[in-house]
Write a new protein. Sequence first.
Length: 124
Amino acid sequence: MKDEESALSKDFPEKLRILRKNKGWSQGQLGKKIGADLQRISKYERGVMLPTMELMVRIAKTFDVSVDFLIRDDKETAVGKIKNQKLLEQLEAINDLPDEDLKTVVSFLDAFIKRRQFEELVHS
């Protein structure tokens, strides 16, 4: 079990709790969706117990995230830094746009960020 624990993100309990709360689900509701009881979900969220691989796959499918996202410690990645769930959802949607639209959105964001940086420079 020690090797499995070291491979699992220390952030897994928090990720699970945030994903569940973002859906507005209780621990019991999540448990019903993945075939686990409330006590097990509570233990996962407290970091007391690790889900089996089968349950980890069910959790990932339920929240439409990858198992990799759940098990990796990704605080240094862009996704790990984005705290605003709505922004994260919008970025995921943008990623599915046709290339021309994606370029337009990226150009707009780039212009917006450069304008804000310029304003901060001028006002400092």
